[in-house]
Design a protein around this ligand. Structure first.
Ligand code: SF4
Length: 286
C-alpha cells in the first residue's frame, strides 16, 4: 500500500486556491485515481501516460492548470507538488551482507531502508549511505539513471543492500561490489557485452526526447558525430515517448539519449537499444 498523502495535496490545493489540477501517476498508482479525485476540492485532470521519473513531468503540455501533482518521485519544480508515495511493504532481513555495507534504496522505500540500516548497525555492522547525485534527494537514494550514491562509496564498502522492488532500478546497478536484496540475492544485472554491436552494426537511430527533463540535444549531436566518424549511417528520431513502432525505421539499432533504462527494453523493441555510455565508450576505443 502506498501513502497517497491526500491531506498534503488537499492543503496545497487550498493554499493556492487551485481550481484545476493535473495529476501524474506511475503505472502502479493509476488504479488509485478515484481516491485522489474524490479527495480533492477542485477539478482534477489525469495525465494519460504513466510517470517514470522526476525527469518526466508534463510541464511542457499546453494545458491550463493551477498545479501539477507528480506522484511517486522526489524533486523540486515550480508549479509541481511531488508526492513520494511511501510504501508500507515490510522487508525482512534474511541475510547479513558481508563487510562494510552500503545501503541503496528507491524513494518509496526510504523508511524501510533506514529500519534495515538500524538493524544492521545493531548487529555491529558498519553501514554507509553515499551522498546523492543530481536526480535524487537523499543519501543512499538511487533512480534508474542516477546511482551516484552507490558510486560515491563503492571503494569504501564490501557489499550493498538494495531496498526496492522491480527490475527497472536494478537495471542501473552496474557495480563492481555485490548488491544484495533483503533475501540475499545478488540483484545486479550482469553487464552485457554490447560494445561489439556498436562496431559491427551499420546504422543507428539516435533517440532524442522532447521531455524537458530528458532532452539532451548536445548528447544526441555528439553520438551522431561519433557514430558517423566510425562510418555508420545515423538518423535522429525525436519524440516524447518511444515504442516498438520505431523499429520500422531502417536502422540496425537505437541509442537512447532519453531514459537509459530504455536499454532494458531491447526485446520489446525488436532491435537492440544501447545507452549513450555504451556507444561513447566503444567510440573512444575504436
Ligand atoms: S531518466 Fe529514466 S531512470 Fe532517470 S528519472 Fe527519468 S525515468 Fe527515471
Amino acid at each position: 500500500v502506498f501513502d497517497l498523502e491526500l491531506e498534503k495535496v488537499k492543503a496545497e490545493v487550498q493554499k493556492l486556491s487551485a481550481k484545476r489540477v493535473l495529476v501524474h501517476l506511475p503505472e502502479g498508482l493509476m488504479s488509485k485515481a478515484d481516491e485522489i479525485v474524490s479527495a480533492l476540492p477542485c477539478e482534477v485532470l489525469l495525465w494519460a501516460k504513466p510517470s517514470y521519473g522526476s525527469c518526466d513531468l508534463p510541464t511542457w503540455a499546453p494545458i491550463d492548470v493551477d498545479l501539477i501533482v507528480a506522484y511517486g518521485h522526489s524533486g523540486e519544480h515550480e508549479g509541481v507538488l511531488f508526492i513520494e508515495a511511501m510504501s508500507d511493504r515490510e522487508f525482512k532481513l534474511e541475510f547479513t551482507p558481508p563487510g562494510v555495507v552500503g545501503i541503496l534504496y528507491t524513494i518509496q522505500f526510504r523508511e524501510q531502508a533506514m529500519k534495515l540500516k538500524a538493524e544492521l548497525e545493531a548487529k555491529g555492522k558498519k553501514v554507509l549511505l553515499g551522498n546523492p547525485g543530481r536526480m535524487v534527494h537523499y543519501p543512499g537514494q538511487i533512480t534508474g539513471c542516477d546511482i551516484t550514491s552507490a558510486l560515491n562509496i563503492q571503494s569504501e564498502v564490501d557489499s550493498f543492500l538494495f531496498v526496492g522492488e522491480g527490475k527497472f532500478h536494478q537495471g542501473a546497478l552496474e557495480l563492481d561490489k555485490p548488491v544484495f536484496d533483503a533475501a540475499g540475492n545478488d540483484v545486479r544485472i550482469s553487464k552485457k557485452k554490447r560494445h561489439a554491436l556498436v562496431l559491427t552494426l551499420k546504422s543507428f537511430g539516435v533517440l532524442l526526447s522532447i521531455k524537458p527533463g530528458q532532452r539532451d540535444e548536445a548528447l544526441a549531436k555528439k553520438l551522431k558525430s561519433e557514430l558517423e566518424r566510425m562510418g555508420k549511417t545515423v538518423y535522429t528520431i525525436v519524440g516524447d515517448d518511444f515504442d516498438s513502432r520505431i523499429s520500422n525505421y531502417p536502422v540496425d539499432a537505437f541509442v537512447t539519449t532519453a531514459c537509459p533504462r530504455l536499454a532494458g527494453d531491447t526485446e520489446l523493441f525488436g532491435k537492440p537499444i544501447l545507452t549513450s555510455q555504451e556507444v561513447l565508450g566503444t567510440a573512444r576505443l575504436a
